[in-house]
Design a protein around this ligand. Structure first.
Ligand code: HEC
Ligand code: HEC
Length: 458
């Protein structure tokens, strides 16, 4: 047991050194190339996504966004090298070691360093590019350090260089070109939402962002800015991008704030300042043939809850790159009779699934309403007894904010979820970006406490 623990500790520390210092790995530490070993490791760990031959067509590939890479093309996104040249071996080693957080590419730290190097060799053998073109590291400047960050300059560069055309003025992936991009693999691709540092595919440390700007993201339509921006200024741009990050505030238990008397009716009411915000990540439901139709656009919702003795009010916000009448959100609660964790929303509705308490809002309707539903269509089409809920919504520069009011213990619809301060109330959300009616993004259940709970230790 102790032995195990300390090994983990050492691995952890080594990983930390690797990340923080981006420790260059000297050739002496690398094992001799052994393609058979690399192939064996690839077949065991990588083929189900990247495909037996590396063409990005593994059995699981279709439901991922972005798709697992076709490694035979030799086009790599996350490099330290000039656009159009292959990555360095260290770049590929880092990708395998760290994974790509905002995508379905896992990290592989549990594979030995030797195995990871053999994987690098094997991946290189899949494309002739590595024999034909030498990697050309882009010139980079020493990190000035956050104390020398010049955010005004970074912001000016962001505007001048046209970053906002794709990423949007505030980084919410809602620029005018955002919906028009197609990647080298023929699939639509969206610019990253730069406010969601936790969801970057290629990591969000300033060094990573500085490299993205100088090298571009080959295959994904993000140009390289080497020549357009100096290596020093690329750091300033990276610091500005870091200033756009919003803290993710993920809580296992979300807390409501208590209010005596009147509850806020609008999204900008100063009363919201008293309420804790909780971010919930969403997962895009894929179509029935197991494939995503369009790139997922909504990755998370943040919500706050204020309540008095009788009524709760939620303020929910989520980034959606375009305003549309079919944009919609539901708050899901478990009806009074439901027991236990019977429903995972990712699967719901399934055969024999219980009805859920659905509060449904959409941009195109005058009012929000609540009903008990067996499917999402029931809610959308308002099938069954429903009651109207007070609501107000505002769309501004790529973000919806919605205020939704609901009694804690409603008399209607019959069997509706009852919320009491003594018990945690499970909340979940489903969001539709209007451009794609078939696709929805759903959250896991989050426990919400109306009564007092221990403060978070953050
Ligand atoms: C669960 C699916 C999955 C598995 C398993 C998987 N990958 Fe990936 N991989 C992905 C996805 C998805 C991407 C594309 C990410 C993106 O475009 O942001 C990717 C991208 C990559 C890239 C491209 C990085 C770049 O710069 O463009 C490399 C290299 C890679 N994977 C190596 C591996 C190796 C090696 C293994 C096995 C040890 C592996 N992957 C296993 C899903 C997977
Ligand atoms: C023509 C559209 C376009 C322009 C202009 C553009 N980008 Fe991007 N950018 C993208 C796309 C598309 C992606 C996502 C690539 C992917 O998912 O693989 C991206 C990704 C990124 C990422 C990586 C985030 C991640 O998920 O790892 C950063 C950082 C970034 N862009 C910053 C910038 C900055 C700063 C500028 C201006 C200097 C800029 N971009 C200009 C299209 C663009």
């Amino acid at each position: 047991m102790t032995c195990r623990l300390s090994r983990h500790l050492i691995v952890g520390v080594a990983a930390l050194v690797f990340w923080v210092g981006a420790r260059p790995v000297s050739a002496a530490e690398r094992p001799a190339r052994d393609l058979a070993a690399g192939k064996a490791a690839y077949e065991q760990s990588c083929a189900r996504c990247h495909g037996v031959d590396g063409r990005g067509d593994g059995v699981d590939a279709k439901r991922f966004y972005p798709r697992p890479r076709d490694l035979t093309m030799g086009v790599y996104k996350f490099r330290s090298t000039a656009s159009g040249t292959p990555p360095t071996d260290e770049d590929v080693f880092q990708t395998i070691t760290r994974g790509l957080p905002g995508s379905n590419m896992p990290d592989w730290q549990h594979l030995s360093e030797e195995t990871r190097w053999q994987l690098v060799e094997y991946l290189k053998s899949l494309s002739p590019v590595f024999d034909q073109t030498a990697p050309e590291p882009v010139p980079i400047a020493d990190e000035p350090g956050p104390a020398r960050a010049d955010l005004a300059k970074g912001k000016a560069l962001y505007t001048q260089l046209g970053c906002a055309l794709c990423h949007g003025a505030q980084g919410r992936a809602n620029g005018p070109s955002a919906a028009t991009l197609v990647d080298d693999w023929g699939k639509p691709i969206r610019p990253s939402n730069l406010t969601q540092g936790w969801n970057y595919r290629g990591w969000s440390a300033s060094r990573d962002v500085m490299l993205r700007v100088l090298t571009g993201i080959d295959g994904a339509g993000m140009p390289s800015y080497t020549g357009a921006v100096s290596p020093e200024d690329a750091w300033q741009l990276a610091y500005y991008v870091a200033s756009l990050h919003e803290p993710p505030h993920e809580h296992r238990i979300a807390r409501a704030a208590h209010v005596t008397g009147a509850l806020p009716q609008t999204v900008d009411d100063p009363a919201w300042a008293a309420a804790e915000s909780t971010l919930v990540r969403l997962r895009n439901a894929v179509s029935s043939d197991g494939e995503w139709v369009d790139p997922p656009t909504v990755s998370a919702v943040s919500f706050q809850v204020l309540a008095n003795e009788d009524i709760m009010v939620l303020r929910v916000s989520w980034d959606d790159p375009s305003e549309d009448n079919a944009d919609a959100l539901t708050l899901l609660l478990k009806p009074e009779a439901t027991r236990g964790d019977v429903v995972t929303l990712h699967a719901w509705p399934y055969h024999g699934a219980p009805r859920l308490d659905v509060s449904y809002w959409s941009a195109g309707r005058a009012e929000a309403f609540e009903l008990l539903a067996s499917t999402f269509e029931d809610a959308v089409e308002r099938r069954g007894a429903s009651v109207v809920l007070a609501s107000a919504a505002v769309y501004d520069d790529g973000r919806w904010r919605l205020v939704l009011q609901r009694p804690l213990q409603p008399a209607f619809p019959a069997g509706a979820a009852v919320i009491t301060p003594e018990l945690f109330a499970p909340f979940a959300f489903a969001v539709w970006d209007g451009g794609k009616p078939g696709a929805r993004a759903v959250s896991p259940w989050v426990d919400v406490a109306l009564g007092p709970v221990q403060p978070h230790s953050e």
